[in-house]
Structures are given as C-alpha cells and as structure tokens.
Write a protein that binds this ligand. Structure first.
Ligand code: FEO
Length: 172
C-alpha cells in the first residue's frame, strides 16, 4: 500500500510527465508546420516516450493499490525561434525533470518505501540519457549554425529516429 504522501508525489510526477508529453507534441507540430519533418519526427517520438513515462508510473500506482488522480495539464508554449532554441528549451526542461525525479527518489528513501525507490531507479538512469541526447543535438545544431545544407542534413538524420517501448512497459 502506498502512503498518501508517496501517492500524491507520484501523481504530481505523472502530471509532470504528461506536461512534458504535451510540450514535445507542441514542438513536433511547430516544426512540422515549419517544414522540418525530421525535427518534428524527433519530437513526436519524444512525445510518445513521455506518455510511456507517465504510463509506467500510472501502472505502478495501481499495482501498489493506490489511486491515479489525473489533474489538469497546464498550457505549453507553441513556438520557438529556431531548432537550436527548441533543443536548449528541451535540455532546460529535462534538467528540471531530473531534479523532480531526484526529489521523489529522496522522498521514497525518507519514507522507507523501497519499492517506489526501485521503480524510480529506472527514471534516474533514463534522465542521464535524456540530458545527454539533448546536449548532443545542441552541439550539432550549434555547429551548423545558419548553414542551410547543414540544417537539411541534420533534419534528415532526425527523421530516422524510431520509437522503442521503454523496458518497464515492454516487460509487461
Ligand atoms: Fe519523462 Fe523526458 O523525462
């Protein structure tokens, strides 16, 4: 059984993951409208991944006999000045998510809820990957700057990204 404190914190994290999904959907639509199909694809996959993150936590709350409370999702921005700006905003957002996960992990330890701590361990590792991916893309887009051919090639590269079910869902 989950304590109310942990259940509330997990529900807040579910909302944060869904907000992230909404943010990346907005980015995907923005770049689709701008004719950057590869960047739009990259963010569309990011949108799916965030939904999966929320799903992992929702399944976990139910598995522990808790209740998922779906709160309203706040509005997200709808335009970015450049691809580089969008990836910088993504990195900044993912850093915030990392700090939310770390706080949740610390709370689970404080409450001696080791099952929740174990579930969160996957998210701790996932955040390392999320931040690293963003940094790599910031480096690449910074390097090409305003060079049209460079942007065209990077857009093609991002078109190749495919979705992989995160392991906690794939195992179910
Ligand atoms: Fe669910 Fe991008 O962290």
């Amino acid at each position: 059984m989950l304590s109310n404190k942990i259940q509330d914190a997990l529900n807040a994290q579910i909302n944060a993951e869904l907000w992230s999904a909404y943010l990346y959907l907005s980015m995907s639509l923005h770049f689709q409208a701008e004719g950057r199909a590869g960047v739009a694809n990259w963010f569309a996959i990011q949108f799916k991944e965030e939904q999966a993150h929320a799903q992992i936590l929702m399944n976990y709350v139910n598995q522990r006999g808790g209740r998922v409370i779906l709160a309203p999702i706040d509005a997200v921005p709808s335009s970015w000045a450049s691809i580089l700006d969008a990836f910088k905003a993504t990195l900044e957002h993912e850093r915030k998510v990392t700090s939310l996960i770390n706080s949740l992990f610390a709370l689970a330890e404080e409450e001696k809820d080791y099952a929740t701590r174990d579930r969160l361990q996957w998210f701790v590792s996932e955040q390392v990957e999320e931040e690293d991916n963003c940094r790599t893309l910031i480096d690449k887009f910074s390097l090409v700057g305003d060079n049209g051919m460079g942007i065209y090639m990077l857009d093609n590269e991002l078109a190749a990204r495919t979705y992989t079910e995160p392991s906690p869902l794939a195992a179910q």
